[in-house]
Design a binder for this molecule. Structure first.
Ligand code: C5J
Length: 228
C-alpha cells in the first residue's frame, strides 16, 4: 500500500496511503443513542446511526491496511474548567453540557454517554483525541501527532457533517493536510445540512478538500470489504 488514486469529487485524489490517517469524528453515544444529548435536544438520532455501518467498514479496512486510525470525542472535564461559559449557557438548563442524563453527565469525560459507540470502539494503540471544541485541532495535540508520523492526507468520517466534521476539515485544510471526506460515513441530524456541507467541501475546485465514498476508499486501499 502506498501511492493510490481515490475516486472523489471534484477530481480523483492522488495520495500516499503510507502517509494517510483515518480520522473518526465524535462517534459518541451522546450524539448517536436515544438516551443521549442529541436526542435530548429533540434530534432524530436514527439519521446519525446511518453512518455507523460505513464507519465500521472503513475502520475495518484501515486496520487491515495498517493505516493509522485516530478517534475523536467532544467533551469536557468534570469540573467544566475547559468549557467556555458561552458554550455552557446554551439550551434548557436540564439539557446543558454537564447536566445529569440517563448516560451520565452530558458530554463529560468518563461518563457513559461520552464514550464511542461499541461498534466503533478504539483498539489498543489507536489514539483518542479528547477535544473541548468542535474542531479536532483546537486545544489538542492532534497536529503534533500527525506531523510526528509524517501524515499528509486525512480520510475523515463521523458526525456531524456540518459541525465537527466540517470544523475539523477546515482546520486541517488550513494546516496543509489533504482532506478526503467519506460522505456516506458522515451524517447530520439535518439531511439538508449534510448535503450542503459535503457540497461546500468539494466546491470551487475542492476549496476544503475532496468528497468520496466508503466503497471508493476501500477499493483504493485494496483490502476486503468487511460488509455486514
Ligand atoms: C455537535 C458534533 N454537533 N460532534 N457536535 O455539537 O458535531
Amino acid at each position: 500500500m502506498s501511492q493510490a488514486e481515490i475516486a472523489a469529487q471534484p477530481f480523483p485524489l492522488q495520495a500516499d496511503l503510507a502517509r494517510a490517517a483515518l480520522v473518526l469524528i465524535d462517534m459518541q453515544r451522546d450524539f448517536l443513542e436515544p438516551d443521549g444529548f442529541g436526542a435530548a435536544l429533540g434530534n432524530d438520532v436514527a439519521r446519525l446511526r446511518a453512518a455507523v455501518e460505513p464507519c465500521r467498514r472503513i475502520l475495518a479496512g484501515a486496520r487491515a491496511a495498517g493505516m493509522l486510525v485516530i478517534h475523536t470525542r467532544e467533551g469536557h472535564r468534570p469540573d467544566l474548567s475547559d468549557a467556555p461559559p458561552a458554550k455552557l449557557e446554551r439550551g434548557p438548563p436540564d439539557k446543558r453540557i454537564g447536566a445529569p442524563g440517563p448516560m451520565g453527565r452530558i458530554l463529560i469525560r468518563g461518563e457513559v454517554g461520552h464514550d464511542i459507540v461499541p461498534a466503533l470502539a478504539p483498539c489498543p494503540g489507536e489514539p483518542v483525541i479528547d477535544k473541548p471544541g468542535k474542531g479536532a485541532f483546537y486545544q489538542t495535540d492532534l497536529d503534533l501527532m500527525l506531523r510526528n508520523r509524517g501524515i499528509e492526507t486525512l480520510l475523515v468520517c463521523g458526525v456531524t457533517t456540518e459541525v465537527c466534521v466540517h470544523t475539523t476539515v477546515r482546520e486541517a485544510n488550513d494546516r496543509g493536510y489533504r482532506c478526503l471526506v467519506l460522505g456516506d460515513a458522515c451524517a447530520s441530524y439535518f439531511p439538508e445540512f449534510h448535503e450542503v456541507g459535503l457540497r461546500m467541501i468539494a466546491a470551487q475546485g475542492g476549496i476544503f478538500g475532496w468528497v468520496s465514498t466508503t466503497d471508493a476508499v476501500l477499493a483504493a486501499l485494496g483490502v476486503p470489504d468487511r460488509a455486514a
